[in-house]
Design a protein around this ligand. Structure first.
Ligand SMILES: [Mg+2]
Length: 147
């Protein structure tokens, strides 16, 4: 299955604890990621899921890909705001994220607004709170239920 992750306040924030920086992440000075991300992505990968990033930010695809690569957890595909505008907005869909456009089966986000959009436009979401210290288990459990 294709699983996408939001970035801001889901994977990147100063409001939760972070993964230790790797040598590469220090050298290339990429952004730091939420504690638990590495294990979570590896587990999802072992379960044969594909990992996508879907962000409403304008960070470049290369920058995002490089960031995860620095932590040893490459991602399969990146949807940033540029691509979203090109593919989704062009079709006249007024929605902040539309995962089905990219064949994504389930999208993980911190935003209740995205959850509402999912209900309205018919896509699956898992919402994790920024202060959920057990966030990786929350996700793994819900993914298990979803498929
Ligand atoms: Mg967010």
């Amino acid at each position: 299955m294709k699983i996408s992750f939001d970035l801001d306040d889901t994977i990147i924030s100063t409001k939760f604890s972070l993964e230790k920086e790797s040598l590469w992440s220090k050298i290339i000075r990429v952004e730091r990621i939420r504690s638990g991300t590495i294990t979570l992505f590896k587990k999802l990968r072992a379960q044969k899921h594909e990992i996508y990033i879907y962000t409403t930010s304008y960070r470049s695809k290369l920058k995002i890909k490089l960031m995860f690569l620095c932590y040893g957890i490459p991602v399969d595909f990146v949807v940033n705001q540029h691509l979203h505008e090109k593919r989704v907005r062009k079709r006249g869909k007024n929605v902040s994220k539309f995962p089905p456009e990219f064949d994504i089966d389930i999208h993980i986000d911190d935003s209740l607004g995205v959850e509402m959009e999912g209900k309205k436009f018919g896509f699956k979401t898992i919402i994790v709170s920024i202060d959920d210290e057990n966030w990786t288990n929350t996700i793994l459990k819900k993914i298990e239920k979803a498929f």
